[in-house]
Design a protein. Structure first.
Lengths: 334, 334
DNA sequence: CTGAAAGCGCTTACAG
DNA sequence: CTGAAAGCGCTTACAG
């Protein structure tokens, strides 16, 4: 591949002038520029991005750090991030951590050595001090889906409201014994969703029944079993709100296997609006997060951060974007 | 961040010696090495990968080029690629083309400028000359899912066999009027699957009915409508084999809406084994491609190619890996 | 408007 | 076993 020296030689100028003609920061006589452009065309010259990165310290690449691309909320998010990044000239490096902090830390280290320009993390947990430290060092960071406070730019939904709205909707269809399938309680997102459920019960004057909260050990097996216990117990619910669509779908399968009619016997509602939800039988009612848009918004924010840091050496103050959610009623609810 | 000069100064040696101590290609007195290692620890020195890349021409990153991460066959594949790459010290750059040749070509250009070490393409079509050219230039390339001949390393399944097996299975349950939902006929993968269907009919002495082939214009709407026409027509099938699980699921929804019982009235079978298939009602019978394994195999092949090129300047001869498929019978077939 | 030089942070052939 | 120097391919302050 031709390099800048080859072009300079062919055009009869110095490499510096070629660079200037290309970057246009400084004036170049238009006749000279012509010659250079010609030489570039002849040689099919493309600037070596690696050399530019070494010089500038910016690689025009971002990292997308997610727990698991097989979790159906992430493909749409990923697509949104990639589309915006690509449109703005950035490469997207995909980092799938499997929720392993170790893998995540290793990734961060390698990526810093590679001069990656910024990070989108959808993996925040209690143990994510390394993310705060990275942000502290001045590295552009955007948090997605999961966040804790307003110290770092974030793109999230109002998770209290999401579960609140869902619970209220279920009540509005006449349900009074609304069970709740809990998520990982160490994550703020699931604490918030549970709070939304509790808040709604309180506002609706519905008594909270602790035995209607479904705790699982995390495996699909487990939630299936928990569902069986719930519906074979004394206080059978008339609705189940699941903290995620994934959980709702497992619960629906269990109810189906036990001969319980959805929604006639029990309404089921999820949260997230993953694509599968529309394909199961009956199609799942849910509260939609705009996944693709959240991804594209996060990428836009991150690249703004990167640019303001580079161009004005100015870290913008963090902003938390709370995006709108929407109740989607299909056929799994009365 | 500390650089190699800082380390050299602190250890009282030259930068070259630090480099040698780190890379171990040449001997360094163990006492000197100690001093250097100490300095590295004190300064928390990490080699700048960008500088290494500029020098060596290898970036330890690979590109995964796919049409659409939202298509459920790709998350598992992507995860397999990423896991292997990460394990071997490579970054995965995700390129989502939306089937746009233009976007793909742009990506290739940018990635070459960035010294990406190799490409996995799951996007091969009739118009993919640029991929062959890339391979011709000596750039490591692996084809995934879609391939044309044995000129380039590939990881695929035997798509003729896949559809042949599915058709035979349907026939073995007593079906004789087996409809087929066609895929994009310009792609070899779908030509092969159709051939498998035809071959099986012939071997089974089942007459081929052209009116049982479902052609769609690509949209979900369209396939839904085609399904309606098929089942309201004169020669109603007793089974439908879909060229993909995605299509099978749309067809199942249509049949359900028209009050047709699956599998009692019509058996439905797909190909691919996407995760959703197990969650729909009834769970979908299908022929499984080992998606995660295909991804990890492709990444392993690509990195072998890269290493043999780098270490021995030796391009291994192309190998086409045909991975095993497996019939999975759930409840959508009799 | 343009050239020569220095520098980004490494690695490695050469010399000793 | 180790240092000094050149080079990977750019960009940019400096000088003219």
């Amino acid at each position: 591949m031709a390099n800048i020296k080859d072009v300079a030689k062919l055009a009869g100028v110095s490499p510096g002038t070629v660079s200037r003609a290309l970057n246009g920061k400084s004036y170049v006589k238009s006749e000279t520029r012509e010659r250079i452009l010609n030489a570039i065309k002849q040689l099919d010259y493309k600037p070596n991005t690696v050399a530019q990165t070494l010089k500038a310290g910016y690689s025009h690449s971002i990292a997308l750090v997610i727990p698991n691309i097989e979790n159906p909320i992430f493909p749409s998010i990923t697509k949104g991030v990639e589309a915006v990044a690509n449109g703005l000239g950035y490469m997207t490096i995909l980092c799938n951590t499997g929720e392993s902090i170790e893998r995540e830390k290793k990734y961060i280290q390698s990526l810093m050595n590679r001069a990656v320009d910024g990070f989108i993390f959808a993996t925040l947990t209690d143990k994510s001090n390394h993310i705060y430290e990275l942000h502290q060092k001045g590295v552009p960071v955007v948090l997605l889906m999961r966040s804790k406070d307003d110290l770092i730019d974030s793109v999230i939904v109002d998770n209290v409201k999401v579960a609140y709205d869902a619970t209220k909707y279920l009540a509005s269809t006449g349900c009074r014994k609304i069970a709740y399938a809990m998520g990982d309680q160490s994550l703020k997102i699931y604490k918030d969703r549970f709070k939304g459920y509790m808040d709604a019960l309180r506002d609706l004057n519905i008594l909270f029944h602790p035995e209607l909260v479904m705790y699982e050990s995390g495996s699909e097996e487990s939630l299936y079993g928990v569902t069986r216990n719930l519906v074979s117990g004394l206080s059978k619910p008339d609705a189940i709100l699941a903290s995620t669509d994934n959980r709702a779908i497992i619960i629906m399968r269990a109810l189906h296997d036990f001969g319980i009619k959805i929604p006639d016997d029990i309404s089921v509602m999820g949260i997230d609006n993953i694509p599968v939800g529309a394909m199961v039988e009956p199609p799942l009612s849910t509260v939609a997060q705009p996944l693709y848009q959240m991804g594209s918004l996060a990428a836009n924010k991150l690249i703004s951060l990167i640019r303001s840091k580079r161009d004005r050496n100015n870290m913008l103050p963090p902003e938390v974007d709370v995006v709108k959610t929407e109740i989607i009623i299909r056929q799994s609810t009365r």
